[in-house]
Design a protein around this ligand. Structure first.
Ligand code: NAD
Length: 249
């Protein structure tokens, strides 16, 4: 139980990678604020799994693109569990289109959720994190697309690459307070997000993955729990790809 007594906020935790992260943190002993944007039922499924893992949780509706909503998430952590130790900025969307056809709203929605959403949550968590004087962990879920780009994904790649710049800047700003800030870059992970991709994409990507399979949400969640733990205390400002070797930096 390497996260016993710790309190985590996981954004976008109603399904997919976010749900796996929330459950893995709980399996390691953390209490978890489970953020969802739309589906309360799905968030309650995550909560059930967190409780079955023997930890405490609370499901909280919030749109990370809104600062006031992120403040609500942090308040939920403080009201329910008394503090915050770990913030996982996982919420994300895609609005794929080639730039020639991309509507300004498709650009803006992705930037607002995937990049500004992480900024909002960090900003909201900053005061209690600093006041507690007990260090902390910020983990940003970027993407290999943020490293390598992707056709039809200029908005998503810009947001995910922006997240890497924010991660490194924050790591420098917060290192003196023993708050580590790292980013992870998942490759092709089996979730509802990737299920929406065109037929044949999965097969062609799988062929390119050196480890020979697509990733699971648990592959990502294991890395998050490690980064959240004391074992990763000397690791900050890093970008770790969890992609079966797809993009080697
Ligand atoms: P998903 O679509 O299954 O889950 C995304 C979650 O984010 C959902 O719970 C959704 O409700 C939530 N969300 C969306 N907009 C939100 C908002 N404004 N406020 C709060 N929550 C919001 O996707 P996933 O595959 O589980 O992806 C999780 C994260 O991992 C995303 O940031 C995604 O970009 C990233 N990622 C996924 C893959 C992949 O292959 N699946 C690869 C690289 C990175």
């Amino acid at each position: 139980m390497r996260l016993e007594g710790k309190v985590a906020i996981v954004t976008g935790a109603s399904r997919g990678i976010g749900r796996a992260i929330a459950v893995n943190l709980a399996q390691n002993g953390a209490s978890v604020v489970i953020n969802y944007s739309a589906s309360e039922n799905a968030a309650l499924e995550t909560l059930k799994a967190v409780e079955e893992a023997g930890s405490r949780g609370v499901a909280v509706q919030a749109n990370v693109a809104e600062m006031a909503d992120c403040e609500k998430l942090v308040k939920a952590a403080l009201d329910n569990f008394g503090k915050i130790d770990i913030l996982v900025n996982n919420a994300g969307i895609t609005r794929d289109n080639i730039v020639a056809r991309m509507k300004p709203a498709e650009w803006q929605d992705v930037i607002d959720t995937n990049l500004t959403g992480a900024f909002n949550c960090v900003k909201a968590a900053m005061r209690p994190l600093l006041k507690q004087k007990s260090g902390g962990r910020i983990i940003n879920v970027s993407s290999v697309i943020g490293l390598a780009g992707g056709v039809g994904q200029a908005n998503y790649a810009a947001a995910k690459a922006g997240l890497l710049g924010m991660t490194k800047s924050l790591a420098r700003e917060l290192a003196g307070r023993q708050i580590t800030v790292n980013a992870i870059a998942p490759g092709y992970i089996d979730t509802e997000m990737t299920a929406a991709l065109a037929d044949g994409v999965r097969e062609s990507i799988t062929e390119q993955i050196p480890l020979g399979r697509v990733g699971t949400p648990e592959d990502v969640a294991e890395l998050v729990s490690f980064l959240a733990s004391g074992s990763a205390g000397y690791l900050t400002g890093q970008v770790i790809a969890v992609d079966g070797g797809l993009v080697m930096q």
